[in-house]
Design a protein around this ligand. Sequence first.
Ligand code: 2IT
Length: 445
Amino acid sequence: MYELDKFMAELERKNPAEPEFIQAAKEVIASVIDVVNENPVYLKNRILDRITEPDRVISFKVEWEDDNGNVQVNRGYRVQFNNAIGPYKGGLRFHPSVTQGSLKFLGFEQTFKNSLTSLPMGGGKGGSDFAPKGKSDAEIMRFCRSFMTELQKYIGPNTDVPAGDIGVGAREIGFLYGQYKRIRDENTGVLTGKGLTYGGSLVRPEATGYGTMYFAKNMLEAAGDTMVGKRIAVSGFGNVAWGACVKATQLGAKVVTISGPDGYIIDEDGVGTPEKWEFMLQLRSSNNDVVKPYADKFGCTFVAGKKPWEVPVDMAFPCAIQNELKEEDAKTLIANGVKYVVETSNMGCTLEAAEAFQKAKVGFAPGKAANAGGVAVSGLEMSQNAEHLSWTAEEVDEKLKTIMKSIHDACIKEGREADGYINYIKGANIAGFRKVADAMCQMGY
Ligand code: 2IT
């Protein structure tokens, strides 16, 4: 029998100074511990000990030259967390906050998220503490080349398939894939999120943001509600926030905030026109990491140094980075009448914030369910690459909708509480866990 406190104490001892990994593990273990303790096969297999241990953690040196001719050194990583149900799959993050611990948390989350998509993908994550902010395109290219020169030793279309994450978009994937091809001379689906000219999938750029809105639509319908007319706060301004703004608008809702490290903007007309969406893409590719130019261009309010959670809204979508929404923010949102919070960044809410939403019976979806559309379409990109075909945008979008609906159904099945409240955290964790755990048990050790 597993005891939560004892298990967590041992996990902390084994993984010192990795608070995000401990946080992510605690949330999953708390959800699944009863399921495990009631199943003699899981107990005999020591499944919790095995599933919280990454298969391997690779770290490497990345040396590159900046535009002034100075030598720069960063650290690169690939965490291959679990490949029980398919090749390791998960993004690369280039951000100064990247550490071994943050990538272990992301690889762990990815394992269950990928399981939820119902596609055959294991969990992995990688990246570097490289900060794209302020870098030139040439510097980014040189960094990507050097990073891939090392990473290519560990990845392959049937072993480990990286993609983008924070700081890694179409431009970076292009540079990374170019270097892989230069070294290996292979045209394979070793990365996803590729450009359309060299094997990418339609709808992959939009997929995370679209998917989270499809998931939200399912949540609202299950509660007899509708997206039409909803007032929404989004954080972030990158690829995920962009897709979220587009799809929310198409579904009849109005996004009134986006944000950056410099603060947030309030746009009472809604971030809801092609011109505004295009401008978000320009902001991202400028490498400046600020959102204020949006307020200057479109004549709306900019609030410096703050997060958008103080704006009264019906729905909130954290789309930036882990732990961006804290307990105080949750209390403010609840006091202002928020009805639904859909985590779109990975672990966007602290454990305390998520608990506050659940206690207040706010509809709350965890990232591993709501943001799974991105990796799901990566899985579809792998399928298209494997059959040397490309599907139409309509085909991919239809499949994305079906996958998001099936994830939502799984959350309801495993997460409905006695009073009818849907505990999406528990539902997603149990549903994602079962498939990985069963595969591990069936394959032995
Ligand atoms: O967090 C995520 O799911 C991603 N960054 C996407 C991963 C992928 O392999 O498409």
